[in-house]
Each structure stands twice: as C-alpha cells, then as structure tokens.
Design a protein around this ligand. Structure first.
Ligand SMILES: *Cc1c(COP(=O)(O)O)cnc(C)c1O
Length: 228
C-alpha cells in the first residue's frame, strides 16, 4: 500500500469516527484533496486511488494541472480569485469556493453566460473576523446570497470558511458552528433558486471538528500528502 493510500484510509476512518460521534452519516462528507503542494503525477495518483474531488488555490498552478487531468475528476477552485482570472478557470473548475464580493459575482456571471454554463459557487465567509482572511462578514451573507440567486448563470451551492490557525483544533468549533447556523438561517429564508447549501469547512488540522459541526466538504492537503 502506498503512503498516500494509507493516509487516505486513515483520513476516511477519522471522518467516519467524527460522523459517529455527531450522529451523522459518513456518506454526507466529501473529501477534496488539495493538491497545491504536489505535482500532476501525485495528483494523478490521488485520482487513481478514488478521490475525485481535487482542490487548487492558485490559477497559475491550477490550470496546467487541470489541462493534464481535468477530465478525470471534479475540480474545485479554493483560493482567492481575482476578477481578471475568472476567464482562466470558468468552465474548467466545477466549483468556486471563494466568492466573496459583488464584482466577482458579476464577472463569474458574465463569463458563465458567454460559455452558456452555470457556475457553482460557495460564498466565502470570514467568521473569525481576522483581518488577514478573505470573505464576507456573516451579517452580509443573506443579502449577498439573495442577490446572487438572481443571477442566471451562477448557482450558490454552499458556504465556505477557513478557521484561524490555533494549537488546539477544539478552539475552531465556534467558527464552524457559526457557519452552520448561518446556513440554517439562509435555508429558512427560502430564497428562490437556493436549495441545499453545502458547508465547505475543515482542513488538515481541524477537519474532525468541522465534520462534527456539519461539514459536507473538507479540504485536505498536508494530511494526505507529504510535502516537507
Ligand atoms: C491549502 C488550503 C487547504 C488545505 O490545507 P491543509 O492544511 O494542508 O489541509 C484548504 N483550503 C484552502 C483554501 C487552502 O488554501
């Protein structure tokens, strides 16, 4: 068994245990393998091992990988996205996790319309309020989702957040819980065109806490690949 295969199995077990602790079904949680640290070859190996969600955060690295492997998986753009780069990833990456402003929303709508597609987007929320982090403030999200729902070529499929880097992952719990409560509040508003909202939250350090709090996509890099 390869090192990556062993790591994938271990992560799946840890997700299953977090689901068991919180009364969830493990089938509700998808792993996005974040391949920003590794080559196309290793990304191909991860796809061979049955992980089909791949996440990349920089356009200049993401596009060449997509060109080699794009037809073999479902690609997620998870990094901060400049409006002038939308054209490079739209139609290639099935999901964008970093929708955080109206100007970007409008650009995604425009480019998707030109291609005749609908882009699936997560709204990035800065729950922790750290200045270093991108994302809307929680109180802006309902209005933003309502505006986005009016766009013909954008589908809001979820909310995404990044927790602060802390020693004890348990400290991230309130951040993940708040994203879930925000999701529930938006669901209650019954915005036309907005159906089930996924929660993209949890990284290598804190994914078990995120799963306990309702994550449906975890974005995992260093726990899956060795990149020292
Ligand atoms: C790098 C990255 C991840 C994965 O980080 P790890 O801690 O290595 O699991 C997840 N989400 C985003 C947005 C990232 O940039």
């Amino acid at each position: 068994m390869s090192d990556i295969e062993r790591r994938i199995n271990e992560v799946k077990q840890r997700i299953a245990m977090a689901c068991a602790r919180s009364g969830r079904d493990a089938s509700e949680v998808e792993i996005i393998a974040v391949t920003k640290y590794v080559t196309s070859e290793i990304t191909g190996e991860i796809l061979d091992l049955g992980i089909h969600h791949i996440g990349e955060n920089r356009v200049q690295d993401a596009v060449p990988k997509w060109e080699k492997l794009g037809n073999r998986g479902t690609w997620h753009f998870i990094g901060h996205l400049q409006s002038n780069k939308v054209k490079d990833i739209i139609g290639k990456f099935a999901y964008i996790h970093s929708l955080d402003r109206i100007s970007l929303l409008k650009e995604i709508e425009k480019k998707s319309r030109q291609l005749g597609i609908t882009a699936s987007c997560f709204v990035q929320v800065n729950i922790s309020g750290e200045k270093s982090k991108f994302g809307l403030a929680p109180q802006q999200v309902l209005d933003f989702v309502t505006e986005a729902a009016g766009m013909e070529h954008v589908r809001i499929c979820g909310l995404m957040t990044m927790a602060p880097q802390v020693e004890d992952p348990e400290e991230t719990r309130p951040v993940f819980r708040e994203l879930r409560l925000l999701r529930d509040k938006i669901a209650k508003a019954r915005i036309p065109g907005v159906d089930f909202l996924h929660l993209s939250m949890g990284m290598s350090r804190d994914f078990e806490v995120a799963v306990e709090e309702g994550a449906t996509f975890v974005r995992l890099g260093s726990v899956l690949v060795n990149h020292e």
